[in-house]
Design a protein around this ligand. Sequence first.
Ligand SMILES: [Zn+2]
Length: 463
Amino acid sequence: MGKWDLSDLYRGFDEHYEKDLKEVEALVSDLKNYIMYQKQETDQAYIEGYLRKEEELTRLIRSLASFASLTMATNVNDATAPKYLAKLQNILRGATAEEVIFQRYLTTVDLDRLAKGSKLMTTYLYQLKRSQDDAKHLLSEKEELLYAKMREYASGGWGQLQSLTTANLDVKYNDETITLSEVRNLAYDKDKMVRKNAYEAELKAYEQIEDQVALALSNIKREVVTINELRGYQSPLQKTLNQSHMQTETLIAMIEAMMDYREHFAAYLKAKAEALGHQKGLPFYDLFAPVGSLDKTYTFEEAQKIIKDAFYGYSKRLGDFATEAFNKHWIDVYPQKGKRGGAFCSNQPQLKQSRIMLNFTGSLSDVLTLAHELGHGYHGEIIAALRPLHWSYPMPLAETASIFCETIVNQYLLKTFTNDEEKLSVLENSLQGDTQVIIDILSRYLFEQKSLKTLKDRSINHK
Ligand SMILES: [Zn+2]
């Protein structure tokens, strides 16, 4: 119960999956051949042909890669899925050198002129120009191929180690052994001693894996620094901004606004500390403590009803989307050993569907997380109408739909509850979310900057 149904993708790593994998292999070899030997009569026709082949590949890769990574998300110990994912990556890597050659070729043509009279090129003009621009940061074909291979064992391997060790971590809580997701969910418990003991148990459990996780983190960062330097980026941040289609000025303005608003969040955290009876500020274990009289936990059925009522109150299409996600079992609901922590949504525009992974334990915050992920899912439904190379979107854009849907549910709850104490719970929970978005993310940004600087300083000292 509560497991997602992936059968619209595949029923397993069966003949159908193998057949599609073979198809990708054929498409990749066709693409390589096209780039190298099938220069068309005009540049326009050549680029159009390339775009069509990329579209076809994108559709197929979405399904194959998603099935493997979704299988891994709910069972990090699955032995078959990573094998297939590696196989797929291996096939795709086969076209690395040719892709570099094509990207370099793009720098030799006038894209604006060629796009005139080509609907396909006009549709993708923005991507083509970005690709043309990114060509500045390419290494040689041989180096790109080598890096594509090595990164799988480097950052890829370290990332796998991190998710394996955290998903399999045994947390000793009282006399039980529980998972990391389970212990973290106790931070929302209404009993203060439960929250405190759970927090201490969580920290204690990390001692078993701190070296592995720290090594994974620093080696991933080392790879980032090394490769970005080779590619001629000023900094890893510049690369990230590029990837997010964002200007430096925009980021600076956002960070400054976050800095300016810190005092308001500090005031909220102080008020929360006082409400919970703490004299010297809020201890970390009470950051997520429930406030107000709403100490109810929700069953997943109750959560679905709230979401549907709230979404239908906003728009029929949004409500219908949630209903479809519930009825067709697009959601993997409950925590279990070997399942990844946290929550995410994975768009499957090739099917006009999405899949959502939760670690639902029934808190109000879990209900809002469900609303959040459904927001990403709804965004996915909208982009499914676009052409395949427009299916991916950068992170800053992604969170708009999700936070919007959370807000709809918050507004709905504030309207539904009549009791002030219940309203307080909803408002406080919403402030918790905002604190996470502003303060937590800001501290991650500062952490990231500091860790990169430390690595850089160390590498200078070594030279
Ligand atoms: Zn999100």
